[in-house]
Design a protein around this ligand. Structure first.
Ligand code: UDP
Length: 248
């Protein structure tokens, strides 16, 4: 968030640089189970973001000293490919990626019945292939679907989006340009049918009223994302049932 405004983010009609209205999500597509070697997987496209998530587990935890006797440990690795951003990123892990790995894990863990799998590990690998703002929230949305695809019992799916402020106007689902030049960014994740928020961050300034209004907008958008997550999972279950029937 630079604070400068060299770019006009809203036109006279209140339309954003990518043609969206303030409360409009970017086009969202989720595909489930496309990686053969993972226990669960999901691919998400949200506008120009392209992210793939692989899940392994619950499996025996290694190294042994990480084992927790009465629950599973959840590990998460968020990584951006060098070619995922305009200016080539170094292939190693930056501080940002280490921090986002933790933030994403903390948003997902409350949804997992970790007590049912003592002494095991659940590993979530996130590879950002193309990034355009909102990769942490898109990663959370995709990772919870990948966890479900791995057959891991969940209290609910976790769906996420961000509220932002551009030219004093609240908007949903910031793109890269809006994230860079806007006045605020508030990523939110929740378990929609339980009404529980598992992530809430804020960068920039929001008044109390803006916060409340933003939260309402986020919850609406999260409900839409949740429907798309469930549709993607249903589609995958139908494919699996068809494969099983055909192999009999
Ligand atoms: N970004 C970039 N290079 C980097 C890191 C981030 O160009 O090394 C871009 C990328 O488009 C990303 C955006 O900046 O989506 C916003 O990054 P932020 O840290 O706010 O996380 P995000 O919004 O992706 O969750």
């Amino acid at each position: 968030m630079s604070g400068e405004k060299p770019v006009k983010l809203l036109d006279e009609k209140g339309i954003r640089t990518d043609g969206r209205k303030p409360n409009e999500l970017r086009p969202l597509k989720i595909q489930v189970g496309l990686l053969k070697n993972a226990d669960g997987s999901a691919y998400i496209e949200l506008g120009r973001n392209k992210i793939i998530v692989a899940v392994y587990g619950p499996r025996e935890a290694h190294p042994r000293h990480v084992v927790i006797p009465d629950r599973a440990i959840v590990r998460c690795r968020y990584h951006m490919a060098p070619f995922s951003v305009d200016e080539r990123k170094s292939p190693g892990f930056s501080r940002r990626e280490i921090e986002l790995s933790k933030v994403i894990r903390e948003a997902l863990e409350p949804a997992i019945f970790i007590e049912e799998f003592p002494r095991t590990a659940i590993d979530i690998f996130i590879e950002v292939l193309e990034a355009d703002g909102g990769t942490r929230t898109a990663s959370i949305t995709a990772a919870s679907v990948a966890l479900a695809d791995a057959g891991i019992p969940l209290k609910d799916l976790v769906a996420a989006t961000a509220i932002g402020k551009i030219n004093g106007q609240l908007v949903i689902d910031l793109n890269g340009l809006e994230d860079q030049y806007g006045e605020g960014d508030m990523p939110i994740a929740m378990m929609p049918s339980l009404g529980q928020i598992t992530l809430l961050q804020a960068d920039g300034r929001f008044s109390g009223e803006e916060f409340e209004e933003g939260l309402k907008m986020a919850i609406n958008a999260i409900k839409k994302i949740y429907r798309i997550q469930k549709e993607a999972l249903k589609k995958r279950y139908l494919e699996i049932s068809k494969e099983v029937l055909e192999s009999e």
